[in-house]
Design a protein around this ligand. Sequence first.
Ligand code: AMP
Ligand code: MG
Length: 390
Amino acid sequence: MISVDEALAHLFSLITPLDSEVVPLGLASGRVLAADAIATRDQPPFAASAMDGYGVLSQGAAPGAQYDVIGEAAAGHGFDGAVGPGQAVRIFTGAPVPAGVDRVIIQEDITRHKDRITVMDSLAGGPHIRPLGADFKVGDTFGAPRVLSPSDVALLAAMNIAQVTVRRKPDIALISTGDELVMPGEAPGPDQIIASNTFGLKALLEAHGARARILPIARDTRTSLEAAFELARNADLVVTIGGASVGDHDLVGDVAADLGVKRAFYKVKMRPGKPLMAGQFGDAAMVGLPGNPVSAMVCGHVFLRPMLRAMLGFEAVRSSRRTARLAIDIGANGPREHYMRAQVTHGEITPEPRQDSALLSVLADANALMIRPPDDAARKAGDMIDYLAM
Ligand code: AMP
Ligand code: MG
């Protein structure tokens, strides 16, 4: 048996970052920026008023001071002239600050009669001017790789970047295998269950930037499996689920080998999750996951997510961990790395009482996979422990 890290190193050797494509900014949220975006303008492009009020010279601006209003500056319509001592310009939020003005007095601090204004005693601090380039400047770099958030999209739009270069979405083909499986919504026979793994994995992978295709269920026959593999041929990653053990009906390894998959089959020292199979299927990477519903999802978090990130141009490393304080005492771990279904609330982690790897209801109840290293000693409530957020 090999460790989780050794398994991951092997899986990373099967993939390379995908090529990139250009998409309109409106479709960029959630995509991975593949090339640095460089600002070609300053924001704001001019010193701008931050408030509605009157633009004046700051020197002499005090309660009782009086000014003649000589014009107006609004957003999109600046004031062309210069402003001298004793003069003011009516100014609105977002308007360019006229020459000579270095302070905006908010309108609440002014009384006005015709074109004459007087500063009131309430005069508060200033200058209520956003300096040129305060947000970003020409040449500022927005670095790749990076998953574009809604805030990032807003920033790129402000930079006048209408199209961005992003990684192509990895195309992942998901194949359920088993005579006992039917699709959700179908009427299962008495010996049948619903193929849940492909749906869970599709959701997981798509939440992290892939396009996942659920292929028709492969039956436990060579022809059926071969047909499913054929449909997956142009994918970037082919994931099979089930049929990867050593039972009489576990044909995935044999069929994959016949189709030219250079196979590494191994058991991984983890719970739940062993066995795992991997290889190269034409240009695609191929991973065979265990069929147990919870095992398949845990392997999705532990193996497929980091593979997906590497395909999207991020560093090939384990999924990032967080730590939380154990809420209860727990016993020693065995020789395998254990991913325990757990709940994290307010920085405290509580493992679920039932850890059977067939229980999807427990997985759905959990929001974390608590990581127990191999041979981890017993832990006390209050100890800090690592987990993967789900
Ligand atoms: P296998 O690895 O094919 O022996 O499957 C192990 C267990 O997982 C069996 O109980 C299967 O019925 C179940 N299983 C396999 N594939 C799926 C799937 N796609 N969805 C739900 N359960 C599955
Ligand atoms: Mg099976």
